[in-house]
Design a protein around this ligand. Structure first.
Ligand code: NDP
Length: 299
């Protein structure tokens, strides 16, 4: 049996390089993107451009979505002429967006009635991980459905782990996003303090990065902050969306998350200040503004 045909919907910062890795691994790929021009680069590499969601899903064994949040994923999968109406019975739908786990469970239930397998499989690793095919992929769904599509996920991710039933992937991603956001906020406060005290941030970074304060977040964000590079990457407004989903789901299961609530307010402040489309590394600007400093090399 040949490789399954994959339909990929949502060619944004993440979706486009993820789809490119599927092509590179020899999968037949049909793509759909709301803004049609963004399909051209993949068509040049051998993908077929679909003129509608239904055209894409109808022809595929596996449909992947990579969209902003719960409402867009619900619209594309459950809406009129959407994936649920169009996919073949026994097809598999994998949503790789970061959305509410409660919505993943709802979508999974509706698809089950149509004999369509569903997995929520959000990712971590950012645009560099998407390009390199080294994402960490956290998967929720049945073991059988997971085993069937694991080779597809392995073309996009280095670490592909099933963490439980449908919804578990997005619970894992929410946990991931708490840790990343609070880390960036802490980095902002630490470097604002050091900068105001007259330290060279590069010297501070070199001094602490191999100690207990060292982290992937520190290594990914501090060099860019020092160069004032805030082009996304991961848009700050998408991280605010993730923490909104964290707080909503936490409320439903009675889990207080005071630190997350504060950082979500910090992100909201920056969005109100017109910074929502900057990289989430710009979260350090909250601490900068409070203390009137800019974290950059002292020349
Ligand atoms: P982008 O904003 O770059 O891309 C979003 C994509 O969704 C675009 O293809 C856009 O189409 C499409 N889209 C938006 N709304 C609709 C709609 N109503 N109907 C159909 N298509 C729609 O986002 P990212 O690629 O950065 O993020 C995608 C997901 O991945 C998010 O859930 C994010 O949280 C998650 N993620 C992002 C990471 C990152 O570093 N960027 C890292 C890990 C996870 P159009 O081109 O027409 O706008």
């Amino acid at each position: 049996m040949g490789k399954p045909t994959v339909c990929f919907i949502g060619l944004g910062i993440m979706g486009k390089p993820m789809a490119a890795n599927l092509l590179k691994s020899g999968y037949s790929l049909i793509v759909f993107n709301r803004t049609r021009e963004k399909m051209a680069a993949l068509v040049e590499k051998g993908a077929v451009a679909a003129d509608s969601i239904s055209y894409c899903a109808r022809r595929a064994d596996v449909t992947i979505t990579m969209l902003p949040d719960s409402s867009e994923v619900s619209e594309v999968i459950l809406g009129g002429n959407g994936v649920a109406e169009s996919a073949k019975p026994n097809a598999t739908v994998i949503d790789m967006s970061s959305i509410s786990p409660v919505v993943s469970q709802k979508i999974g239930g509706i698809l089950r009635e149509k004999n369509i397998d569903f997995l929520d499989a959000p990712v971590s690793g950012g645009e560099p991980g998407a390009i390199a095919g080294t994402l960490a992929i956290m998967v929720g769904g049945s073991e059988a459905a997971f085993d069937k599509v694991k080779p597809i996920l392995q073309t996009m991710g280095e670490s592909v782990k099933r963490v439980g039933d449908i919804g578990a992937g997005n619970y894992a991603k929410l946990a991931n996003q708490i840790i990343v956001a609070l880390n960036i906020a802490a980095v902002g406060e630490a470097f604002a303090l050091a900068q105001k005290a007259g330290l060279d941030p590069e010297a501070l970074y070199d001094a602490i990065r191999n100690g207990l304060a060292g982290s992937r977040v520190l290594d990914a964000k501090v060099p860019k902050v020092m160069k004032r590079q805030f082009d996304p990457g991961f848009r700050l407004k998408l991280h605010q969306k993730d923490l909104k989903n964290v707080l909503e789901t936490a409320r439903q299961i009675h889990v207080p998350l005071p630190l997350t609530a504060i950082v979500q307010q910090m992100l909201t402040t920056l969005i109100a200040d017109g910074k929502g489309d900057l990289d989430h590394g710009a979260l350090v600007q909250f601490a900068e503004k409070l203390s009137g400093v800019t974290i950059q090399k002292n020349y």
